[in-house]
Design a protein around this ligand. Structure first.
Ligand code: HAM
Length: 434
């Protein structure tokens, strides 16, 4: 085994897998733009306080999973940084820093990129993973809540993932949640002796978190806990009903889940998650999100409503593989390889390849001094359709074109080469569809 390996919980995306990710990112960008979500990119690390205040200090993401960054020795700034575990807090920081409050509202933004969580690695749970994220800041909903959920559903459909279910809940707001949290704390206090250590500590700091505890002994206690649904205030109830009627109008049939509370502290009212049908209980959400009407304020801004989602692209890739629907395309495979018998003719090979690329063909020259036969074998192994063979005939303005798939060969005038190859490639893709 080589001495150096990718860090635990991370992996290299080799060309085929990277191509699938690129395909998903492209589908994400295409949809986001069509829905009016503009692209944004924020740094991959922020002052740790952005996450402590934004995501919440008593959450798994901050308490256990934050990658804190140690600056180099001799660093004078002495700031505390952390790699981004999720994009919403950073985007909200950017919203405030750039005065987006004065932009036309709501401000709709989208991002795809890697996130970092120091989690226990397992299938579908990595320390570096990719998200497609959208945020709409400045609209109190509930119609936009439905639009956001519908956008996620459209994404899953557009990449060919069938049977994605939507779970929704309302987790209340500052008016009704405190009384619910009290009731919840009361319930768990009655069972304090049965609680694992972390949960017992959280009972005093953030009882809501106990509802998404993964610990085995917690499961029956979570099932018998009071639900937020019974405690919603009138406005939250109306908002939730509004969301459900808008979803119905968009032909989306969510399942209401009273225990869905999400793992981040900034949520208010609408919360939702996406699962493959039949995999709802498995801690393997394909994505999730919700409303965060208090987040802008908690990072120092004016009260401003917001909502968004994050879709885990790694999990989408796994789900596609699971249903044998991985899009397979290898656009870096050459259509043409330019080869030559004379080791001194690399200039000609380069020039011809440049010309063919200029005409839109995926082309690479073989620049080695291998024997011609080896070069042609190499072109075939690389999956090329044609080998263009430069030889003595070039003096008369001709090259030989070998169709590597059909096993035929013919001379072609160099001035006609690009047009000829383009036509031949589109007309005759041996063994390929289309
Ligand atoms: P989240 O539920 O923490 O929400 O993450 C969103 C999605 O990212 C998850 O549903 C999952 O698919 C994926 N994910 C999370 N952790 C991992 C991991 N360790 N390995 C692989 N995939 C993972 C958020 O991050 C919120 N910022 C979503 C949001 C946007 N809410 C409002 N706006």
């Amino acid at each position: 085994m080589p001495k150096f390996q990718a860090p635990r919980g991370t992996r290299d995306l080799l060309p085929r897998e990277r191509a699938v990710f690129l395909h998903l990112e492209e589908a994400a960008r295409d949809l986001a733009v069509r829905y009016g979500y503009a692209p944004i990119e924020t740094p991959m690390f922020e002052g740790a306080e952005v996450y402590e205040r934004g995501v919440g200090e008593v959450t798994d993401v901050v308490e256990k999973e934050l990658f804190r960054v140690q600056a180099g020795r001799g660093d004078s700034e002495r700031e505390r940084w952390a790699l981004r575990p999720e994009p919403t807090a950073g985007i909200t920081r950017a919203y405030l820093q750039h005065g987006m409050r004065t932009w036309p509202q709501p401000v709709k933004l989208s991002m795809t990129g890697p996130m970092f969580r120091y989690d226990r690695p397992q299938a579908g749970r990595y320390r570096q993973f990719w998200q497609f994220d959208v945020e709409a800041i400045g609209d109190a909903g509930p119609a936009i809540d439905a639009e956001i959920i519908e956008l996620a559903v459209a994404f899953f459909a557009s990449v060919g993932l069938a049977d994605v279910g939507v779970l929704v809940n309302s987790i209340g707001d500052a008016t009704c949640r405190p009384a619910y949290v009290e009731a919840l704390a009361g319930h768990f206090r009655e069972h304090a002796a049965e609680l694992p250590e972390l949960e017992r500590a959280r009972l005093e700091t953030n009882p809501l978190r106990l509802l998404d505890s993964k610990a085995e002994p917690m499961q029956p206690l979570i099932e018998s806990a009071p639900t937020i649904t019974e405690h919603l205030c009138g406005e939250c109830r109306t908002h939730f009903d509004g969301l459900l009627s808008h979803l119905e109008a968009l032909a989306i049939e969510p399942r209401i889940s009273a225990t869905l509370v999400r793992g981040l502290d900034y949520y208010t009212r609408t919360a939702f998650e996406f699962y493959r049908a039949g995999a709802e209980g498995q801690q393997q959400a394909l994505g999730g999100g919700g409303r965060y009407d208090g987040l802008v304020e908690s990072l120092g801004g004016q009260p401003t409503p917001g909502i968004g989602f994050g879709i885990g692209l790694d999990r989408v890739v796994l789900a596609l593989a699971d249903q044998d629907a991985t899009p397979l395309s290898e656009p870096w495979k050459p259509v043409v390889v330019v080869v030559g018998a004379d080791p001194e003719d690399t200039i000609v090979r380069l020039q011809l390849a440049t010309e063919l690329r200029g005409a839109g063909l995926a082309c690479r020259p073989d620049l080695t001094s291998r024997r011609l036969g080896k070069q042609i074998d190499g072109a075939a192994r690389a999956g090329a359709h044609f080998a263009v063979i430069c030889g003595d005939e070039l003096d008369a303005g001709n090259v030989q074109v070998r169709d590597l798939m059909a096993g035929t060969q013919r001379p072609v005038d160099v001035t006609e080469l690009a047009r000829d190859l383009t036509r031949a490639h589109t007309q005759h893709r041996h063994g390929e569809e289309g």
